[in-house]
Design a protein around this ligand. Sequence first.
Ligand SMILES: *[C@@H]1O[C@H](CO)[C@@H](O)[C@H](O)[C@H]1NC(C)=O
Ligand SMILES: *[C@@H]1O[C@H](CO)[C@@H](O)[C@H](O)[C@H]1NC(C)=O
Ligand SMILES: *[C@@H]1O[C@H](CO)[C@@H](O)[C@H](O)[C@H]1NC(C)=O
Ligand SMILES: *[C@@H]1O[C@H](CO)[C@@H](O)[C@H](O)[C@H]1NC(C)=O
Ligand SMILES: *[C@@H]1O[C@H](CO)[C@@H](O)[C@H](O)[C@H]1NC(C)=O
Ligand SMILES: *[C@@H]1O[C@H](CO)[C@@H](O)[C@H](O)[C@H]1NC(C)=O
Ligand SMILES: *[C@@H]1O[C@H](CO)[C@@H](O)[C@H](O)[C@H]1NC(C)=O
Length: 211
Amino acid sequence: MLRELLCLGILLAILVGFSHGECNACSVDSKTACVSRNQYQNCTLDNIPTGPIYTCPNKTNCTGSVERCTSNETLFSCNDCNKCDGTQNFTCTSPSTFALCDGVSVVNIEYSCSLGQVCNINNRNYCAPPLNGTGATCPYYNSTTVIGDFCNTKSSMGRYPDPSDSSCLRYIYCFRKGSTWTGNTWQCPLAKPYFSSITFNCVTTKPSNCV
Ligand SMILES: *[C@@H]1O[C@H](CO)[C@@H](O)[C@H](O)[C@H]1NC(C)=O
Ligand SMILES: *[C@@H]1O[C@H](CO)[C@@H](O)[C@H](O)[C@H]1NC(C)=O
Ligand SMILES: *[C@@H]1O[C@H](CO)[C@@H](O)[C@H](O)[C@H]1NC(C)=O
Ligand SMILES: *[C@@H]1O[C@H](CO)[C@@H](O)[C@H](O)[C@H]1NC(C)=O
Ligand SMILES: *[C@@H]1O[C@H](CO)[C@@H](O)[C@H](O)[C@H]1NC(C)=O
Ligand SMILES: *[C@@H]1O[C@H](CO)[C@@H](O)[C@H](O)[C@H]1NC(C)=O
Ligand SMILES: *[C@@H]1O[C@H](CO)[C@@H](O)[C@H](O)[C@H]1NC(C)=O
């Protein structure tokens, strides 16, 4: 058992260590995870991106290396979504959908991952359960979602559907901090992977409005 854990640890260290180009994956170097082209979140000790979403300064984008944000294009993370480079058979088109590649073109038919799975470009089977909340090749967020603004608009404590996550795998929890509102994003647990915009809770069955 101990040996297995050790092996898993080493495997994870390798995976995490080589995750410079990846999205939604915690990097050992930066202790953060890029969650979109120019946004990142801190990571918990067990490598789950959590808490507020920080935006990179102008003219920089997110990277898995120590500096977190860089203007060096070769180091950018989160840039494999919805594109074919001519060597892949498929590409992820959202956190939980994929499409086939025809050379450098994305074939215009989308397939959905199974319940609770996310699409990862390095997965031969296209989709798998997210590794402790990480691992989708495509960002859940887009650059215009700002959690503070979102929660200020709601001005009420509680959970809300994340407007930028059409796959419904995440929700935003808003709370009051001093005189302003702020919030965190959370991933629904594996047993109840989808956030329902009707009950405002995580549920087992994918709601019909979710991709
Ligand atoms: C995120 O990490 C940075 C750098 O380690 C730290 O300054 C900041 O307080 C962290 N944010 C939260 C919400 O823990
Ligand atoms: C970044 O650019 C935007 C739009 O051009 C501008 O509104 C904002 O103030 C800039 N932020 C910084 C930190 O320079
Ligand atoms: C960083 O990402 C943003 C949003 O995707 C993009 O508009 C911008 O051009 C990128 N910046 C650089 C320096 O590539
Ligand atoms: C960008 O990063 C790569 C890889 O670390 C490095 O080889 C290259 O010199 C960097 N380019 C610039 C302009 O800093
Ligand atoms: C793509 O599919 C072909 C045929 O099924 C297979 O031979 C090839 O190894 C696949 N390429 C990759 C990168 O998975
Ligand atoms: C997921 O997190 C749990 C709890 O922190 C940990 O015990 C487990 O090893 C992690 N699994 C992976 C694959 O990271
Ligand atoms: C980004 O999110 C905002 C709301 O948070 C939404 O209005 C906008 O359409 C989204 N943009 C893209 C490209 O998904």
